[in-house]
Design a protein around this ligand. Sequence first.
Ligand SMILES: Nc1ncnc2c1ncn2[C@@H]1O[C@H](COP(=O)(O)OP(=O)(O)OP(=O)(O)O)[C@@H](O)[C@H]1O
Length: 299
Amino acid sequence: MTGGPAFALHGLTKRFGQVTAVGGVSVEVAPGEVVALLGPNGAGKSTTVDMLLGLTKPDAGEVIVAGGSPREAVDRGLVGAMMQNGALLPDVTVGEIVALVVSTHEKPLPAEEVIARAGLGKLVKRRCGKLSGGERQRVRFALALAGDPRLLVLDEPTAAMDVDGRRAFWAAIREFAAGGRTVLFATHYLAEAEDYADRVVLLRHGAVVADGPVAEVRAAVSGRVLRSVVPGATEAGLAALPGVTSVQLRGGRAELACADSDAAIRALLAAHPDASGIEITALGLEEAFLALTAEEAAA
Ligand SMILES: Nc1ncnc2c1ncn2[C@@H]1O[C@H](COP(=O)(O)OP(=O)(O)OP(=O)(O)O)[C@@H](O)[C@H]1O
């Protein structure tokens, strides 16, 4: 194994008819990094993951995994993947399916270790058709681990998991990554990215709008929310105020996301001296994320 990146995406582009699902994405990830691929619905996360795994061919650009093509890396057992809707045979037990998948790999983890890492000890005899959504996700995770891969790619891994399930899942991921292995996970949840990723790549409309350590990405979207009752205001009028990045107006109550709340409040009161019930708060994580994607959308 060379000292090169775990994987690299160079100018990756994929179109479906008129839709550019991914448009020129370039990202290089070093071995040992845990990277969150974040973005709202339709941002291009799944399409990017599909190209990284060699399941979809890019229209332009290149994917390099462990120095070769995605297919070569998958064939060499270097990549484990957990997809949103990977099918599980309903009549096969958890123990059987893990043993089956372990047996297909050249240098697998022992089946007992796979079971333990995925927290499936109590479910070994359960048929896959009888599992809950969160349990099925844990089985998919086990199957992704079976070949002892260097790179783990997870598309919305915790979507169906409850709080305990998520905690156990992320503890297992940390353990996996501690040995210098690389993880890329796609998610909608900024909070999950903040808690578990070293780095965030934020996609919007198929392009990277932010890439860096979580704290850095958050700082780039630092801002405040200004709430007020503003009689007679229009969305367009409020959006034109200095310092305002996005506006929601419902029944005379305005919510303004602000890059500069000082400028915004001065301008609001100058234009609407009858504004009342004014409140200014820091952006929450979700709001910060929305502000960044909305800001870019407006650009
Ligand atoms: N097979 C396809 N045919 C046509 N359009 C597609 C196809 N796959 C994806 N798209 C479109 O490409 C864009 C990106 O979709 P993608 O599934 O990659 O986004 P995503 O960020 O994973 O979204 P989500 O969070 O909803 O899963 C969307 O506009 C989607 O409708």
